[in-house]
Design a protein around this ligand. Structure first.
Ligand SMILES: Cc1cc2nc3c(=O)[nH]c(=O)nc-3n(C[C@H](O)[C@H](O)[C@H](O)COP(=O)(O)OP(=O)(O)OC[C@H]3O[C@@H](n4cnc5c(N)ncnc54)[C@H](O)[C@@H]3O)c2cc1C
Ligand code: SF4
Ligand code: SF4
Length: 955
């Protein structure tokens, strides 16, 4: 993709950097081609800068070498964690250092009191590791499911509960740092501190001098203390100079919120906080903002974990959504709601806290009767209102406009007046659809509005609005211009306005001490250009109806199996937007052609179309659907004829596949695994990657005879064995030689069910292979055929229909007649058979894998429950989509390998078998785990007997 011409086009300094970097990184982790630089130039903010070079770094040594190259060549670098920042702090037109893969070390220490983390650990993963200790990390941004702890610390990100007491600044204990001059400092290691003190006398003396100046200046010290009483992420964390004496401790805390401008965080240790499991929430609606603010003041210091304010416009943005209370729509125009949550360590403590909170609110006028609820479905419904606000604006915006989220904080005494002023300014500048919500206890408000950055008038309007907002927040109320999202490029021009010349001058000195050459993220956090916040604005042009609502937030990225191999869902959308923009503008045809050519592999071929991205997307976008649509648009008439031919002779096609598998298996038996593998790799290489790649976990042909059973039982199901299971049997060498269909029939028989098969089974298919390859009409025709056969067999939906292959079942749910009661295998066992079978759990550990389709159907808990009934120990390795994607595991094995690169290491010692519910996924899982993966039905069959006959369980 990156070729000699791309390298030659780099400016000389960057070319020299490239040459040095080429010696430090393998070629597949260094790019300068148009597609990937554009793709990585996108973060969640409304700024766009295209890096000249993207380098994916995996180790401290690599970062150190690249920092050295940056120093020598004067090429600035910007660090990128998950790229969910909102203020433009992770975009650059120089070198982007991406923490891709790696950086995921995690160690829970002292029984959960501390956690040591690589900067690439996702915040939610850190919390998952702490959950069994009843602990969590302090910072709690709403983006915690996607963002990395390195980014959390570097932004000093926070959320609904952590306030100013439990953020990264307050809870960080130790960092391993790499500084711009190449120095390596582990602040928790006395030897490293000593060494650093020796080698960096001047730097530390400089920090101490700043500290002395602040301490000696009561006005400045008072101002710094005052400003951190509320949330504040504008500029550097000057409180570090007052809270710590040792300059190394000062440095450690200056790193928090430094947005990659002072050094690289290679590892960090947080002190953790209690995670009270028992909760109750209430939605309290007040007649006006003043009363809501008064209520917040009363609650401050009370037993509340979160108090979220939502103005009337916020409530209006979600009132039409399913599940919202009907009264939302009839509230007065001035109404303002507080969503209040209290948490406790025991269930008994909850009502006591609830009573205290109610007493605190006593006497305040409310518009709607309210009470706390400790019932999860009910409080989750209330929190859905709050969670839906940002996506609601994103989804409702005019295509082409951008969603802007701003983030200010007012001292508590000014919360009401500040909110009213914000509303007034939004209306005065024509942002009538804007909404205000936020963390009221901290005076931290977000205001969200849509903005067209496509015309200079609109940009000027935004500029005037921001000027007035900043004047109001700072001069009228002495508030913070950024409460939690970081200064970035967005607030850099206003840092001096907020802090005053003296404090601003100290921030400049801090930067000069730590990064005298200005190679670390220059222009971010401090910037001399008063208009930098109005430059390099990103527009979101129309690209395709499936993805036009994308806000480029990046929440989908951790779910995507191609994220470490090629690009992510967000990046696919970014590239399609640029292709569409170039097409619409009629210019840049060479660039467009190049993007289109490179997208074929990076975007289209390596998309597994599993749709897991949709499960994390606030606006529900399934980028896999876009891929399928693009595939369909690119298919020739001849290809469609071939697909139709295959669909029409489906039984013969399957017979051909079984023969092919038999031949491959025979060759495997004769040649052995090593020779067969070498030959297969050679043949694939000779074909230029066009021949599918054989692998040792390849199945033998299916041989099972699948027939109906009729014992006269009063219970019956229709069984549709998928075409995959009718074609593929177990792998050579798997000690389990039975097939999933045999296990299905055996389990059903033990549970006393008769089995009916649909008429013409050998011709039937749900249509997924055709749909995913870009032949949706052929797929729909196959689905139609199947639907008719199943309706007939199930007596128009009277009998349940089961299929052992989860992706097929998922497609059937979407494509077939809703009268059909379709059951996935774990649903079948969990919902219908559990009481009819006697389980004898096996000794030892089994691994289970949740397929993407099962995940999308919410079947994770049922899969685990079924597995736990069958085995003493069950592990669920934290891998998402396996990337096998039907036959893509053969045609693009690198996608499967990349998606499952962490699987083997995640399996505990002694775990000798894995279970899932998709035969093709099981091939890739077996290959990369080094243990056989099979249908969960085989496990169930081995561990069960008919009720009253446990001796029937197979050994
Ligand atoms: C929908 C949405 C909701 C959000 N909600 C919140 C919220 O509730 N609260 C909140 O505070 N924020 C929120 N954010 C903003 C953002 O998600 C957070 O600030 C998050 O912590 C950023 O983490 P990241 O991993 O994406 O970091 P990135 O965006 O990749 O990087 C953040 C900064 O850290 C620097 N950096 C990254 N890694 C390192 C490192 N190892 N060493 C040194 N510097 C580094 C980068 O250069 C950059 O300046 C939200 C964002 C979105 C899109
Ligand atoms: S597809 Fe959805 S989750 Fe992904 S970046 Fe776009 S809006 Fe965010
Ligand atoms: S469908 Fe899967 S592979 Fe494709 S973009 Fe979405 S998560 Fe990534």
């Amino acid at each position: 993709m990156s070729n000699d011409r791309d390298v030659a086009a780099l400016p000389p300094a960057h070319r020299r950097f490239w040459e040095e970097a080429s010696g430090a990184l393998p070629p597949d982790r260094l790019f300068c081609d148009p597609l990937r630089t554009l793709a990585w130039g996108t973060d969640a903010s409304f700024y766009r800068l295209v890096p000249r070079i993207v380098a994916k770094v995996r180790t401290r040594e690599e970062v150190a070498r690249l920092l050295g190259a940056a120093r020598r060549n004067g090429t600035p670098v910007t660090f990128r964690a998950a790229g969910t920042s909102l203020s433009g702090q992770t975009v650059t037109d120089s070198v982007l250092l991406v923490l891709a893969g790696g950086w995921r070390d995690l160690e829970v220490q002292d029984g959960g009191a501390r956690i040591r983390l690589g900067p690439g650990v996702i915040g939610a993963e850190a919390n998952a590791a702490l959950a069994r200790h009843g602990r969590k990390i302090g910072p709690d941004p709403a983006s915690i499911g996607a963002c990395f702890v390195g980014g959390i610390a570097a932004n000093n990100a926070s959320g609904m509960c952590c306030g100013t007491a439990e953020n990264s600044y307050r809870t960080v204990e130790r960092m391993h740092l790499l500084l711009a001059d190449g120095a390596d400092l582990d602040t928790g290691d006395p030897a490293s501190r000593r060494r650093f003190a020796e080698t960096h006398r001047e730097l530390l003396a400089g920090l101490s001098a700043i500290r002395d100046e602040i301490v000696r200046d009561p006005e400045l010290s008072g101002r710094i203390r005052e400003k951190y009483r509320i949330k504040n992420t504008t500029g550097y964390s000057l409180n570090a100079f007052l809270d710590f004496e040792d300059p190394i401790d000062v440095l450690l805390h200056l790193m928090v919120g430094s947005e990659g401008t002072l050094g690289f965080i290679a590892e960090l240790t947080f002190r953790t906080v209690e995670d009270h499991p028992h909760r109750a929430s209430a939605l309290v609606v007040f007649p006006d903002i003043e009363t809501a603010a008064r209520a917040t003041q009363r609650l401050s210091g009370g037993p509340v974990a979160a108090v979220e304010m939502m103005d009337r416009a916020s409530l209006r943005s979600v009132e039409h959504k399913p599940g919202m209370p009907a009264w939302l729509a009839s509230l007065d125009p001035g109404a303002c709601a507080l969503l209040v949550e209290t948490r406790a360590g025991t269930p008994e403590e909850v009502p006591r806290r609830v009573e205290t909170v109610k007493a605190l609110l006593g006497g305040l006028r409310t518009l709607v009767p309210w009470d706390f609820t400790a019932r999860k479905p009910e409080y989750e419904r209330l929190w859905d209102i709050r969670r839906g606000l940002f996506p609601a604006v994103g989804a409702a915006r005019r295509i082409g406009t951008t969603v802007v989220i701003e983030d200010v904080a007012f001292p508590m005494a000014h919360l009401a007046a500040g909110t009213v002023d914000l509303q007034r300014l939004m209306h005065a500048h024509g942002y009538d659809e804007g909404i205000i919500f936020g963390h009221a206890l901290d005076g931290n408000l977000h205001f969200v509005f849509t903005q067209d950055f496509g015309s200079s008038e609109e940009v000027a309007r935004y500029g005037r609005f921001m000027d007035e907002v900043c004047e109001m927040v700072v001069r009228k109320y002495d508030g913070s211009l950024k409460g939690e999202h970081g200064t970035g490029r967005n607030m850099a021009p206003y840092v001096e306005l907020e802090w005053g010349a003296k404090a601003y001058g100290l921030m400049r000195r801090v930067k000069a001490l730590l990064d005298p050459q200005g190679i670390l993220n220059p222009g971010v956090l401090l910037n001399d250009d008063p208009k930098v916040h109005l430059a390099n604005l990103k527009s979101l042009p129309r690209a395709h109806e499936i993805v036009d609502r994308c806000t480029e937030c990046g929440f989908c990225e951790p779910r995507c199996p191609s994220r470490d191999l090629t690009i992510t869902p967000r990046q696919r959308i970014t590239v399609r937007r640029e292709i569409a923009r170039l097409a619409a503008s009629g210019g840049g045809s060479e660039r467009r052609e190049r993007l289109l050519a490179d997208f074929a592999y990076l975007g289209e071929e390596t998309c597994a179309t599993d749709g897991l991205c949709a499960t994390a997307c606030p606006v529900g976008i399934d980028t896999g659907e876009l891929t399928k649509r693009l595939r369909a648009e690119s298919r020739s008439g001849r290809a469609r004829e071939l697909a139709e031919g295959a669909a029409g002779r489906f039984a013969a096609v399957q017979a051909g596949m079984r023969s092919g598998l038999a031949m491959a298996d025979a060759a495997h038996a004769v040649l052995g695994t090593r020779l067969m593998g070498a030959l297969a790799r050679g043949a694939r290489a000779a074909s230029g990657g066009r021949l599918p790649l054989w692998n040792p976990a390849m199945p033998r042909p299916a041989r099972a005879r699948i027939g109906p059973s009729a014992s006269g039982s009063d219970r019956a199901v229709v069984y549709f064995p998928s075409c995959i299971v009718r074609t593929m049997g177990p792998a050579r060498g798997d000690p389990e030689d039975r097939e999933a269909s045999e296990a299905m029939l055996s389990v059903l028989a033990k549970a006393g069910y008769d089995v009916l098969l649909p008429e013409g089974l050998e011709h039937l298919c749900c249509g997924m292979p055709f749909e995913s390859k870009g032949f949706p009409e052929v797929g729909d025709a196959k689905a139609g055929e199947l639907g008719r056969a199943l309706l007939a067999a199930s007596r128009d939906g009277e009998l349940p229909v089961v299929c052992e292959t989860s992706p097929c079942l998922h497609r059937m749910r979407k494509a077939l007649d809703p009268r059909l009661r379709l059951l996935e295998p774990v649903e079948l066992v969990h919902d219908l058979l559990m009481d009819r079978l006697a389980f004898s759990p096996r000794a030892g550990t089994v691994a289970v894998h949740l397929t993407c389709s099962s995940a999308r159907m919410g079947l994770g808990p049922k899969l685990e429950a079924v597995a736990r009934a069958c085995a003493e120990q069950v592990v669920v390795p934290p891998v998402g989509c396996c990337g096998f994607a039907g036959d893509r595991g053969f045609t693009h094995p690198e996608l499967n390998a990349s998606a499952l690169s962490g699987l083997r290491a995640a399996l505990p010692r002694g775990c000798a078998e894995g279970y899932s519910n998709s035969r093709t996924c099981e091939i890739g899982l077996s290959l990369h785990a080094g243990i056989p993966y099979r249908s969960i039905l085989l496990l169930v069959d081995r561990c069960t007997a008919p009720r009253g006959g446990a001796e029937g369980a197979r050994a």
